[in-house]
Ligand binder design. Structure first.
Ligand code: PMP
Length: 402
């Protein structure tokens, strides 16, 4: 008998990431890509990592290469607990779960908190990878009305709390992917207060918080409501994404379930990676390293801001981000970012159309531009090309206008 595979309902809900599809195109030689969500590879501390690999393999080779605890490497968990204290969070290392990137953290959160048909609140727009992580668990997304500071408190206040209840609000207070926006101190207080009143816990995702340019962001949401929040952190943007290291700081009551989900997923995050990263960060390496990333990204942000001012047609809307990696542009009426992408790629540049980042009612006029993977000169060249594509498209739109 021939084998007939029947796929699970959740498999039918999985879609190829449009961003991955675009990145494939942009890997062609000669394309100036502002599409990637990658950190600049020039910031990876190769020598420090090499020395740490050597140290671990010399001093603790057998422990590093053996199976290890699902919770994570104890000294690294202690380091994380001390580090998030600087964000106003008073947590025990017992609340820290080391994950294989914060992307795995999102999957584990979805696994233990989502049910078919139960609402999950997300920002408008939000991180595409989170929509992908939660979707197989069949939530109903509630898109929170949002502005340049993030979600509006009244949108949180209006979330359903009748059964099955809104399971959580997924929030990105610092230099959000994709918009680059940051929540002000007052917005944080108002958002947390609204969530608390609505009885909706918060999952706070913060991979970009260290990448501020002029002043650090306000205190984390989790510091404002510890028992109602879960916090996701990552080493990807401050060290390297290649080691796949992230962490969840969870309320004590949820920790055992997350740990069971983690065990089922991959037993533990590679112990070798955890020990190497601990070896690098344990004596304050990041205190010198992160400022060098900030300086580089700030210079790139300035280069992109200047190029956008010079080349974008009137009617484009955007704000200059105060940290992170992205500009978010809203094109003039009549333009569709997805429809323009093939033309842009033909002209030698790439961006990510913003539509992919919406759970509902995508705004087809939006696009995300990364300013961290090209040099300032190439940013100027890439944005000049983008400007030409947009001016051309506007001229065509004007011809076809009634
Ligand atoms: N959250 C957000 C908002 C991100 O932008 C990313 C990476 N692009 C992640 C989570 C996942 O990061 P990682 O798994 O590398 O920690």
């Amino acid at each position: 008998m021939t084998t007939v595979w029947t796929q699970a309902r959740r498999a039918a809900r999985m879609n190829p990431s449009i961003i991955r599809e675009i990145l494939k195109v942009t890997e062609k030689p000669g394309i100036l890509s502002m599409a990637g969500g990658l950190p600049s590879a020039d910031t990876f501390p190769v020598e420090a990592l090499k020395a740490a690999c050597d140290h671990v393999l010399t001093h603790n080779p057998r422990e590093a290469l053996q199976y290890a605890a699902s919770e994570g490497f104890a000294p690294l968990r202690e380091w994380v607990a001390a580090r998030v204290a600087a964000l106003g969070m008073n947590v025990s290392p017992d609340q820290v779960l080391i994950t294989s990137g914060s992307q795995q953290g999102l999957d584990l959160v979805g696994k233990i908190l989502c049910d078919a048909g139960a609402p999950v609140a997300v920002e408008t727009p939000t991180y595409l990878g989170a929509l992908q992580a939660f979707t197989p668990y069949e939530p109903i997304f509630a898109s929170l009305a949002s502005d340049h500071e993030g979600p509006r408190p009244e949108a949180l206040a209006a979330l359903p709390h009748d059964a099955p209840g809104t399971r959580f609000a997924y929030l990105l207070p610092n230099y959000q992917n994709p918009t680059g926006r940051v929540m002000s101190a007052q917005r944080r207080v108002d958002v947390v207060e609204a969530a608390r009143r609505a009885g909706v816990p918060i999952v706070e995702d913060n991979p970009y918080g260290d990448l501020w340019f002029d002043q650090p962001p306000p205190a984390s949401l989790s510091s404002l409501w510890p028992e109602g929040s879960m916090y996701l952190g990552s080493f990807s943007k401050v060290l390297t994404p290649g080691f796949r290291l992230g962490y969840i700081v969870a309320p004590t009551e949820l920790y055992p379930k997350l740990l069971q989900a983690k065990q089922a997923a991959d037993l533990h995050t590679p112990g070798f990676n955890q020990r190497v990263v601990y070896e690098v960060v344990k004596s304050g390496f990041l205190d010198a390293h992160i400022p060098s990333i900030r300086a580089r990204y700030k210079a790139n942000r300035d280069a992109m801001a200047a190029a956008l001012r010079e080349h974008l047609p009137a009617g484009c809307e955007y704000q200059s981000p105060e940290g992170g990696m992205f500009f978010w542009i809203r094109l003039p009426q009549g333009l569709d970012a997805m429809a323009l992408l093939p033309q842009a790629v033909d002209a030698g540049i790439a961006f990510v159309p913003g539509a992919a980042f919406y759970a509902h009612q995508a705004d087809a006029r939006t696009m995300r531009l990364s300013f961290v993977t090209l040099t300032p000169d190439l940013i100027a060249e890439g944005v000049a090309t983008l400007g030409r594509v947009l001016h051309g498209a506007l001229a065509v739109a004007a011809e076809h206008a009634p």
